[in-house]
Design a protein around this ligand. Structure first.
Ligand code: TIU
Length: 224
């Protein structure tokens, strides 16, 4: 077992029963010309966490842990995109429209690819999800159960949308969840801060948070 002095109290996990879940680190949210920018957001904020995510991914691969990458992605015919999602608000471009990185939020398009620095390895799970949560309309829970996973370490974007939704879905399914504070980001600083507070309030009602440095130090100590 590894124990991290997490917030609001220590988080203990066995890497053999823990998956690293990387939420939606795709070009659509992190580079100009994708879904995030179409909603009016400054995407540069999100790109800043890539190096920290990269360091954790490397260390996790070194210990042989299970890795899950998710992408918010719709089928080319948009049959899995509810009209309410596509028609919401007044974005510059809608899901399925043609943008500089291909069709917005559509599977297989250049914008839908995970950023090069975090590119999945062939043996890692890559999961396309039509919703904000990673468990809605996906086989993720069954996959994790088959691998005897009980704990999830989360990274990715955005904190209060797809990360928080996924972590809440995971918590309700019985997983103990840790979110790495410096490996997640929002387009809105106050929403990130509030989401972290909400998740760990009331004795970790949704889960724990810690820094990537804490996780890296714990993993390194285990190897010696
Ligand atoms: N808009 C926003 O903050 N996020 C999303 O639409 N999707 C994810 O968080 N992945």
């Amino acid at each position: 077992m590894i124990e991290i002095n997490a917030n609001p109290f220590p988080y203990a996990f066995d890497p053999a029963h823990t998956a690293l879940v990387i939420i939606d680190m795709q070009r659509d949210f992190i580079e100009p010309g994708g879904f995030g920018e179409s909603l009016g957001n400054d995407v540069a904020l999100l790109a800043a966490i890539v190096p920290a995510c990269q360091a954790v991914l490397k260390a996790w691969r070194d210990v042989g842990g299970l890795v899950v990458h998710t992408r918010e992605a719709h089928r080319t015919d948009l049959s899995d995109c509810p009209p309410a999602k596509r028609s919401r608000g007044n974005p510059r471009m809608r899901i399925g429209d043609h943008g500089p990185m291909g069709r917005i939020l559509v599977a297989g398009e250049p914008g839908n690819q995970i950023v090069a620095e975090l590119a999945p390895w062939a043996d890692e799970i890559v999961l396309d999800k039509p919703g904000k949560g990673a468990f809605y309309a996906t086989p993720l829970h069954d996959m994790l159960q088959e691998s005897h996973v009980t704990h999830l370490v989360f990274m990715g974007v955005t904190t209060e949308v797809c990360v928080q939704t996924s972590m809440r879905e995971a918590n309700d399914r019985g997983y103990d969840c840790l979110l790495l504070e410096d490996c997640t980001e929002s387009y809105f600083a106050q929403f990130k801060a509030a989401a972290l507070d909400m998740m760990r309030a009331q004795d970790a009602i949704v889960g724990w948070t810690a820094t990537s440095g804490q996780l890296l130090a714990a993993l390194a100590a285990r190897q010696h």
